[in-house]
Design a protein around this ligand. Structure first.
Ligand code: SF4
Length: 223
């Protein structure tokens, strides 16, 4: 079953390379329907907006780590208000206070990988479990580690098709779409933050350079 799905994903990745983002997302919606879920970081709502123009019953999932900036939670709430899509906010098993009690305060400083695992990876795994495929707004231009991101690929660990409709988009492409469609944008992006994450691990900076500054960590492990 997984081998067939994997082969389908890799074939689609070849066929859809260079296709417009709307076509890639449209393919995913057509192929997987309610078996598809879209993950949103709430940096901007480009992918959510695009989805809303295709189909309104595909859920959007947001990981509420408990460490988000107020602006990010506000962006989530504005997106929920504006779009008629099911928006699922997923929380970790432990609250921040609960995590502090069990693992000690400021785990994000002492062991960010464990903190990310408990607050992002495990909750997302749980949220994605019922679905065959998931889409995210990751782009090749965001970092060196993402430069080979396929339009459609295979999430080996989770055994799911993973779709990146915006893989080939530049920052200018995002800006153009935002302007053309009046897309909701997290206010942090006009306050010097290029990448939006948890407040303890995000500083102002270009691209994803503001994430986990001073450490070699570049990804939280969900991608
Ligand atoms: S980004 Fe930082 S605060 Fe957020 S889950 Fe990861 S380590 Fe914890």
């Amino acid at each position: 079953m997984n081998a067939t799905l994997r082969a389908r994903a890799l074939r689609a990745g070849d066929e859809l390379e260079g296709a417009p983002a709307e076509e890639i997302l449209g393919w995913a919606v057509e192929q997987f329907g309610s078996g598809l879920v879209v993950a949103a970081s709430m940096a901007e709502a480009v992918l959510v907006d695009m989805l809303s123009r295709i189909r309104l019953d595909v859920p959007v999932v947001f990981i509420d780590t408990g460490y988000h900036f107020a602006e990010t939670i506000g962006t989530r709430d504005a997106v929920r208000h504006r779009y008629d899509l099911p928006l699922i906010s997923v929380a970790p098993q432990l609250t921040v206070a609960g995590q502090d009690a069990v693992h000690g305060p400021r785990l994000f400083e002492r062991d960010p990988d464990q903190c990310c695992r408990m607050r992002k990876v495990v909750p997302l795994d749980r949220a994605l479990a019922p679905y065959q495929a998931w889409a995210a707004g990751s782009r090749r231009a965001e970092s060196a580690g993402r430069k080979n991101l396929p339009a459609v690929g295979w999430d080996e660990r989770r055994g799911k098709v993973k779709i990146h409709p915006l893989a080939a988009w530049t920052d200018e492409d995002v800006e153009r779409y935002v302007q053309e469609h009046g897309v909701i944008v997290n206010p942090l992006l006009s306050d010097g933050y290029d990448s939006v994450g948890c407040w303890p691990c995000t500083e102002r900076g270009q691209g994803r350079a503001g994430r986990w500054t001073g450490s070699t960590k570049t990804e939280c492990g969900i991608h």
